[in-house]
Design a binder for this molecule. Structure first.
Ligand code: CU
Length: 276
């Protein structure tokens, strides 16, 4: 423009000011409020990753908003004049800056995600042989999907089955997720765990519990007529309460134990014994 106004500087200053205000607000108030919350180690990792992501994209969004708003307000044509400015092409400095910045952001987030995955394993299900296995002892619990409820088996408690997922607090848990019929998805929302339950597949997911709480379990894969009713509550309880619960549940389970298949990581019908 002939007015001598430095539009580029105005845009940059507005962008820096807006970003300096918005980014801390997003990092402090929005990021930590994003689900699933801090009720497990994996949940906390997801909250941390989400906080980084929304904080890093805030300046990018601010730039787009400022650039768009400034362009609309400043270069608005008046009257009936249809005038176009000179075309702008290829600013090498801006292109290099843009590519370097966005590449750095993407690589940083990939590095952060990989580091977190290797630290605590994933609550997302990593197939039968996970790359990232948390160190230390783990309580094995099997999640079995079937139309239309989840049941849970505890191999360290004699292969006992329970209709409710009960876990001890402050414990590393190794979930083995499978299905007896169609594809389901085990989703323990507050624990930050969601893993596909496929027939014939042992899908391993990890969760490190924290404080006692009641959490929601839902099926997250359309699995038939009553999919919408495939939910119940699970519980994280104090370690001593877990022992008490386990003894009571084992006693309740005892009469049907002899009808149950031996604990295994998948349960498929024996093809030699098909009824035809
Ligand atoms: Cu379902």
């Amino acid at each position: 423009m002939a007015s001598g106004v430095n539009h580029g500087r105005r845009v940059v200053v507005s962008w820096v000011v807006l970003s300096a205000i918005a980014t801390p607000l997003v990092a402090i108030f929005l990021g930590p409020a994003i689900p699933p919350g801090n009720d497990s180690a994996q949940g906390s990792e997801q909250v941390l990753a989400n906080t980084w992501i929304v904080s890093l994209i805030t300046p990018v969004i601010c730039l787009l908003v400022v650039f768009f708003a400034y362009g609309l307000l400043t270069f608005r044509a008046s009257g009936n004049a249809i005038v176009d400015g000179p075309p702008l092409r290829n600013d090498a400095r801006i292109q290099i800056w843009w590519i370097a910045t966005t590449s750095t952001i993407v690589l940083f987030l990939a590095g952060l995600g990989t580091y977190e995955l290797l630290q605590n394993g994933s609550g997302g299900g990593q197939g039968p042989s996970p790359i990232a296995v948390p160190s230390g002892p783990k309580l094995e619990v099997q999640v079995i999907g079937q139309q239309w409820q989840f049941t849970y088996r505890y191999p360290t408690l004699g292969g006992m089955e329970s209709p409710q997922l009960v876990l001890p607090a402050d414990t590393d848990v190794e979930l083995h997720v499978t299905s007896l019929d169609v594809v389901h998805s085990f989703w323990a929302y507050e624990l930050g765990v969601k893993a596909d339950a496929n027939p014939g597949v042992d899908n391993v997911a990890y969760v490190q519990t924290k404080e006692p709480l009641t959490f929601h379990v839902r099926c997250a894969e359309l699995c038939g007529l009553w999919h919408g009713y495939m939910f119940n509550n699970g519980k994280v309880v104090a370690k001593s309460d877990f022992q008490t619960w386990a003894r009571a549940a084992q006693a309740a389970y005892a009469p049907i134990a002899k009808y149950m298949p031996v604990y295994a990581h998948v349960y498929l019908p024996d093809p030699q014994r098909r009824a035809g």
